[in-house]
Design a protein around this ligand. Structure first.
Ligand SMILES: [Zn+2]
Length: 136
């Protein structure tokens, strides 16, 4: 977890005013490990820590972070938008039981036999999601 000063610097560098809420959300997101969060999951984490922040505020923070390039919006899992602190090009395993995403490094994947693109289109990006479930 980055300390408060480091988060304030990160926000200022991205052009965001370091409000109390943004600093709190930033401290929960930007640490040594990449993480995937939804507004709802982060809201619950904040509550568990005994802090007060409205769900709408959490959602606004995430969207603002996304707008300035601090987060990627990756997936909609069960109608929930998931934000990703890993900004590099990568893929995901999606646990369909829990909705949890796990990163897959791009270098571990090679994809062959792609279909011809529709006329008039070029590839913008391609991210693979492998849907997994626990073995029964
Ligand atoms: Zn990811």
């Amino acid at each position: 977890m980055l300390n408060k000063q480091e988060i304030i610097k990160l926000l200022q560098k991205a052009g965001l005013r370091p409000t109390r809420q943004r600093v709190l959300v930033g401290r929960l997101l930007f640490g040594p490990n990449h993480t995937h969060v939804s507004a709802e999951s982060l809201y619950l984490t904040i509550q568990k820590q005994g802090q007060k922040m409205a769900l709408a505020t959490v959602y606004n923070c995430l969207n603002q972070f996304h707008k300035v390039g601090l987060l990627k919006k990756v997936h909609v899992v069960r109608d929930v938008i998931i934000f990703d602190t890993n900004l590099s090009y990568h893929h995901h395993f999606l646990n369909v039981d829990t909705g949890e995403l796990m990163d897959i490094d791009d270098s571990t994947i090679s994809i062959a036999g792609l279909p011809k693109l529709p006329d008039g289109f070029e590839t913008e990006s391609m991210e693979l999601t492998i849907r997994v479930k626990p073995q029964r």
